[in-house]
Ligand binder design. Structure first.
Ligand SMILES: [Zn+2]
Ligand SMILES: [Zn+2]
Length: 216
């Protein structure tokens, strides 16, 4: 494929993704770029259901540029609700996108030097001082977003491709039971059985703990 001519981020996509994300920042569009780059490398379309693509992001919690993952979700259609995205919690800025039918995958990582350069810009200096991204001066944010949207991908990302990626098939469950204790619905593969009754994991653990506490 011609990797110099990739899917571009349109103004419409950027605006819609910013609405979904909640504010304007450079990390979310970086996720859009990474998502489209991965899809272009795999020659796949955005996921409509839960089994066409699988994504793995390596970000952790509460650190700069975690917004990357929202751009990835918006671009690829791999979302928390569909269950086709996993967060590894490594504190790294990488996306692995898997095409389960072809057994192929691509891992896109943000280049260290570029991320380091961004961290020294006024945007991150002000963020470090505790200013939320939505309260920043657009003059500080907008040029950075333009840069992320338009820069050559090779300046921003490293790409690894895998032609035989181990894929675990995801099966969707349509069965559910009533927890014998809290009476709430629990999806069958998550239900636990104890003395011929089915429980949600919370009630199951509480029962087992009570049993042990009273010496049963
Ligand atoms: Zn953000
Ligand atoms: Zn329960």
């Amino acid at each position: 494929m011609d990797i110099d001519h990739l899917t571009e981020i349109t103004a419409n996509e950027l605006t819609a993704a910013q609405y979904f994300h909640g504010h304007k920042c450079p990390a979310m569009p970086q996720g859009l770029r990474a998502g489209h780059l991965a899809m272009d490398f795999l020659s796949v379309k955005r996921a409509r259901g839960g089994s066409e693509l699988q994504a793995i992001v390596e970000i952790g919690d509460h650190h700069f540029s975690g917004c990357f993952a929202d751009g990835v979700q918006y671009a690829t259609g791999c979302t928390f609700g569909k269950g086709n995205i996993t967060k590894r919690g490594l504190g790294k800025f990488a996306l692995t996108l898997i095409d389960p039918a072809a057994g192929r995958a691509v891992r896109v990582t943000a280049k260290y030097e570029r991320m380091k350069m961004c961290l020294e810009m006024p945007f991150f200096e002000q963020r470090r001082q505790g200013i939320p991204p939505y309260a920043l001066d657009p003059a500080v944010v907008d040029p950075l977003i333009d840069d992320v949207v338009n820069r050559q991908w090779r300046d921003m990302f490293e790409v690894q491709t895998f032609n035989h990626y181990p894929v675990e098939p995801a099966r969707e469950s349509f069965e559910a039971v009533e927890c014998a204790e809290c009476k709430e619905m629990v999806v069958l593969p998550y239900a636990r059985e104890l003395e011929e009754q089915r429980y949600c994991a919370v009630c199951y653990q509480a029962r087992v703990f009570r049993g042990q506490a009273s010496g049963i």
